[in-house]
Write a protein that binds this ligand. Structure first.
Ligand code: HSE
Length: 349
């Protein structure tokens, strides 16, 4: 049976996911028995369309690419009448989707509107897959327990370093290891800016390039002031260590105070500035921070350049494990949604 998907938000990540779903349709079916249908898309800007029998995803991408409203979608389906103009909550509650991919623009401090979207999905018996950091950063425990109460899944791999496996890795192959510390480069935009500044580019030009390349958040203040990395630190602390921390518990500083002079001085000291996110279990509790640190070039994190992210987990049974990979991007974050969809779908086979 096809896995029925509703997309809430049809921006970079939603479209990236759809491109992957189209390109890999046969492969996903043959190798993972994953057969899918996108039944609904609802986006506050691009419009909204729902057809219980499934939509033609190429057509949706074409309309979005041309800037044509999704209400212009020409549904050839003869069994069910398509519905147009449904908002996010109506789509979540009334569509026949099995899983809602929550990819709408969300305020990371309040977690809204994504939190309301998650609650509506769980209460209507639908799984949530999201790369939105808001719900997990603001209320991971609440979201997880509501999902469990309704016997559905709350899947959030894409909230931390896009599709590079972190949360599913810890929950899957690393289950049984206790993790006492997680440290690394958790934001691609700032690492890209610091890399380009070292090569001589101005801060503002480097930020603009990071936006053009699709790394930066819609409001890049979230990246450069460390809020994006802070949300990831909170998620890691709460999901991996059950810490129950909030933004007030994270010692946060961004990269806006780093000057070209400081970068040049670090180079002559055989070091490099990196924005480091860290969460550690200590004898006095969990310590969490996001701070620029001057790191010796001999340190493994000093060699992580451009928008690449890297995380080192200190475990009791395997020592240190480091994972290096993409932390942002259309296809990379689209893949994070696919990997969670596959995880959910696997339980049906
Ligand atoms: N803006 C983020 C980054 C994207 O630069 O890493 C993923 O959260």
């Amino acid at each position: 049976m096809s896995h029925k998907i509703a997309l809430i938000g049809f921006g970079t990540v939603g479209q990236g996911l759809c491109e992957i779903l189209i390109d890999k349709k046969d492969y996903l079916k043959e190798k993972y028995y994953f057969d899918w249908k996108v039944v609904a898309v609802s986006d506050p800007v691009k419009g909204s369309v729902y057809c219980p029998d499934g939509l033609n995803v190429e057509k949706l991408l074409k309309l979005a690419g041309e800037g044509t409203a999704l209400e212009e979608y020409d549904c050839k389906c003869d069994k069910a009448a398509p519905q147009f103009g449904w908002d996010a909550l109506k789509t979540i509650r009334e569509s026949n989707a099995d899983t809602v991919c929550e990819l709408a623009f969300t305020n990371v401090e309040t977690g809204q509107p994504a939190i309301d979207h998650c609650i509506a999905a769980f209460e209507s018996g639908k799984n949530i897959v999201t790369s939105n950091k808001g719900p997990a950063a603001v209320d991971y425990a609440g979201m997880q327990s509501l999902a469990e109460k309704h016997s559905v899944k709350f899947m959030i791999e894409g909230t931390v370093v896009s599709g590079t496996p972190v949360l599913n890795l810890i929950d899957g192959p690393l289950a049984g290891c206790e993790i006492s510390s997680i440290k690394g480069i958790l934001n691609g935009t700032t690492n890209y800016i610091l890399t380009q500044m070292e090569a001589g580019m101005e801060y503002s030009q480097a930020l603009q390039k990071a936006q053009e390349l699709g790394y930066a958040e819609a409001d890049p203040t979230g990246d450069v002031e460390g809020f994006d990395a802070m949300a990831k630190v909170i998620i890691l602390a709460n999901v991996v260590m059950g810490a129950g921390i909030t933004a007030a518990d994270v010692d946060r500083e961004g990269i806006t105070g780093i000057t070209p002079e400081m970068i040049a001085e670090a180079s002559s000291d055989k070091a490099r500035w990196k924005l480091i996110g860290a969460v550690e279990k200590t004898s006095s509790g969990i310590k969490a921070s996001v701070k620029p640190k001057k790191i010796a070039l001999t340190h493994p994190l000093a060699g992580i350049m451009d928008a690449t992210n890297a995380l080192t987990f200190t475990t009791d049974l395997l020592g240190d494990i480091t994972i290096v990979g993409a932390g942002a991007g259309r296809i990379e974050t689209g893949f994070s949604i696919l990997t969670d969809l596959l995880q959910i779908d696997r339980t049906n086979h």
